[in-house]
Design a protein around this ligand. Sequence first.
Ligand code: G6P
Length: 591
Amino acid sequence: MCGIIGYCGREIAAPIVFQGLKRVEYRGYDSAGIATLSDRSLLVKKGVGKLDEVNSQKGLDAIPGNIGIGHTRWATHGGVTEPNAHPHCDCSGEVAVIHNGIIENYQELREQLISNGHRIASETDTEVIPHLIEDEMKKGNSLKAAVLAIAPRLEGYYAFLAISSREPDKIVGARKGSPLAVGISDQGFFAASDALAFPDYVTELLPLDDHEMVVLTHHGAELFDAAGNRLQRDKRRLTSRWGEANKQGYRFFMLKEIMEQPRVVEDAAAQNKELFTDIALDILRAGQVIITACGTSRYAALVGRYLFSKVGRKFCDVVMASEFHYFADSVDKDTVVLAVSQSGETADVIEGVKEAKAAGAKIVSIINRPMSLLEDISNHVIYLNCGPELCVAATKSFLSQLVVFYLLSFSMINAFDKAVNNLKRISSEVSKTIDWNNDKIERLSHELKTKNDFYYIARGINFAIASEGALKAKEISYIHAEGMPAGELKHGTLALIEPLTPVAVICPDDYTYNETLSNAIEAKARGAYIVAISDRDNEIYDFWIEIPKVDELLYPLITVIPLQLLAYHLAVSRGYDPDRPRNLAKSVTVK
Ligand code: G6P
């Protein structure tokens, strides 16, 4: 979702800001813009579309000036239009603001501003900020004083950067509930929603907390508290960064990320045994264990719940992060909360974790992206180590999450090393699954690409894989898809099965085989087209996706692969870009 970056230094700002926006492009966006200060004037360019498109139309990276702010917008309030793209300005064209978050009381503020004579040019919540700053500056306040004065009036959450042609030597930033990293280098000073937006020469960070603000000038970055008092903070070295990711010859990041999965299993399994043992003990001793996550990460959590029960004999619950708040009454200091989030930034996850922490719970996070908000508020952090995942739809991070849950569950019975060995063998089975099936699934996608409804069924440990397969199809192929436990099919969904409706049946040759097959036969009796993901053939299959035989607790790492490939090939054969699905974002930083 929205990415923001500001630069103040010796260099021309716009190209640096533009490159920073390119580095946060993966978060997902629909429009972009940059504002700079040059010769005491405010210059703004913005437009709808991908960064390169907007740049070629508007010349974003060619605006003069040594101070610049840039934004990629993922629409929340107001449609995808040029007026709604950031930066937003005040009436006089002197103040420009970029913002990530949501100003929840914007309607009330907007009405007050309009009745005071302000002209509002967009439908966004953000635009109230430059107008409020304008009012404060008209009273004679500095930009910094104006930001301090308006911050308490903004309900909701934000990270924003503001510039004014009246004070053409600075950028003022503030945050509450949304991330804002401050970066320091010899070439200038930065603030961004994501430290990964900084160029490689930024080697130090200044930690900025909620309700604090930063002022960047050519001379440095200064931090202030909500009362305007100067804060002294030690710099932190910027240790983790992700190298430039490119498609390495693949047509799309999604395919590249699927293909990386054999290696990803090994990298995710390279964990610290002591850390896992400590966390496993905490889980076993806890009065209750709750796993919270969204989207694909939640499906990994559901597999994790199964593993905890089957291996560690520890029951836990998985609560959708957006619903966590409604269960927060039951969280106490005897609770361990595992938060699973590729980005470490998903607003619903962060909010739930903060609430759990305030209630005394111990927080263990399973994260991929380094330097995230979630990292800062966790007692223990486990990294997935799978590198940048740039396709909006998660694939390799999911497999890595499954590896982490497998290791955690075996750590509960003091068998971490055994789990690592089991996983070493699985990497080649993941390769085999891809090699055996990629071309075959591409052919299948051509056969099925006109179908509008898909169903995915499975039992036991693979049930969550059925849901994940359906989610992938929805996200990138725009096909209506539902995943469910096979036994549930007859409690409603069977009514929707018509002749040749595709039903993907995940039926590895394990203790669920016979019952899952019975459910597939029930669907077939109503005309369903059965696509089976199995290591065992059966005459009822219309299309068999063969997978290798593995230990029953490791099937999810194998059975998900053909479903990722199916969604990918369906998207491509239907003419869609699987990396940038419409309406979706990689980092969902709003609730
Ligand atoms: C968005 C992404 C999904 C992801 C979900 C959770 O919806 O499009 O791919 O699974 O957020 O993200 P997280 O970073 O918390 O794992």
